[in-house]
Design a protein around this ligand. Structure first.
Ligand code: SAM
Length: 278
């Protein structure tokens, strides 16, 4: 069977990778896995410091890669460290270099069963930028064991997460994250702190779960309301709900004293929660 140019290129890439590994060299950073590795120990120290780690802590790091941040976390007080890494090469290296408290799972963090984590966990990571938003969306609503998290994301994503109503960055991700967690922009990091350097700035955010009664009682209802509203963020809510035949939402909006002329980007997180019946 004839192979396509793309398949031949992939095969050649695979051979090159194996040759580098056979020579004991680290493989090249993979763009498809968002691999921009931290090269500044001081930045790793600042990220890890925000975990406020204590002796009894269980910590989970997403995407440890070559381990710049992992090594700093390993030196902090903790009881257990779980590393979730999709790249088989780096998962193997991390397992070899970790101590008895370190466990490595070679898997896609997007498929991780966050509901299954038991006890209290602190989460950390310099997240792969291509999956950061869906990953954080999942963790916010599904990780009930979360006690604190510190993540680095693309600065633009960080600004969306921490945005206030009526600002340019405020959207579904802001409401969703802030409905579940207290989100705090901690500091920004320039491209020069990574190898290879990304084209954009990065930001480190910390997250603390809100008390259970303040969180959405029905995350699914909130998610579908946000989808409906932020597909047309500059349209008036009355019009959006009328066009969708959502008499229930029109009535609830009136009962809550929200003007039909209000636009999705103007509503506070608490108003979205009330509107979704959470
Ligand atoms: N923590 C390292 C550092 O700061 O230098 C690496 C960070 S790099 C931005 C992102 C890491 O996440 C890479 O090691 C990459 O292989 C891993 N990764 C990418 N996609 C992933 C996924 N879906 N699940 C788990 N790990 C993933």
């Amino acid at each position: 069977m004839r192979t396509s140019a793309r398949e031949r290129l992939a095969e050649a890439g695979g051979r090159l990778r194996h040759a580098r590994e056979a020579r004991g060299e680290a493989p090249r950073a993979k763009k498809s896995l968002g691999q921009h590795f931290l090269n500044q120990p001081a930045v790793c120290q600042r990220i890890a410091g925000l975990l406020h780690a204590q002796e009894g802590d269980a910590i989970l790091e997403i995407g440890p890669g070559p381990g710049a941040l992992t090594r700093v976390i390993e030196a902090l007080p903790h009881r257990r460290l779980l590393l979730v890494e999709k790249d088989g090469h780096w998962a193997k290296v991390r397992q070899e270099e970790g101590d008895a408290r370190t466990e490595v799972l070679c898997q896609d963090a997007l498929a991780y069963p966050w509901e299954a984590l038991e006890g209290a966990w602190k989460l950390a990571g310099n997240l792969p930028y291509n999956v950061a938003s869906p990953l954080l969306w999942d963790i916010a609503s599904r990780c009930r064991a979360l006690s604190r998290a510190v993540f680095m994301v693309q600065k633009e994503v960080g600004e969306r997460i921490a945005a206030s109503p009526c600002s340019r960055d405020y959207g579904a991700l802001s409401v969703w994250m802030q409905a579940h967690l207290a989100c705090r922009m901690e500091f920004t990091v320039g491209p020069g702190c990574f190898t290879p350097p990304p084209k954009v700035d990065s930001a480190v955010l910390s997250f603390d779960p809100l008390p259970a009664p303040s969180r959405p009682a029905s995350p699914d209802r909130l998610a579908s309301l946000l989808r409906l509203c932020f597909q047309q963020r500059r349209k008036q809510l009355g019009g959006i709900f009328r066009r969708q035949g959502r008499e229930d939402l029109l009535q609830r909006m009136e009962a809550l004293g929200i003007a039909p002329s209000a636009r999705p980007e103007e509503l506070a997180v608490a108003q979205f929660l009330a509107l979704s019946g959470c």
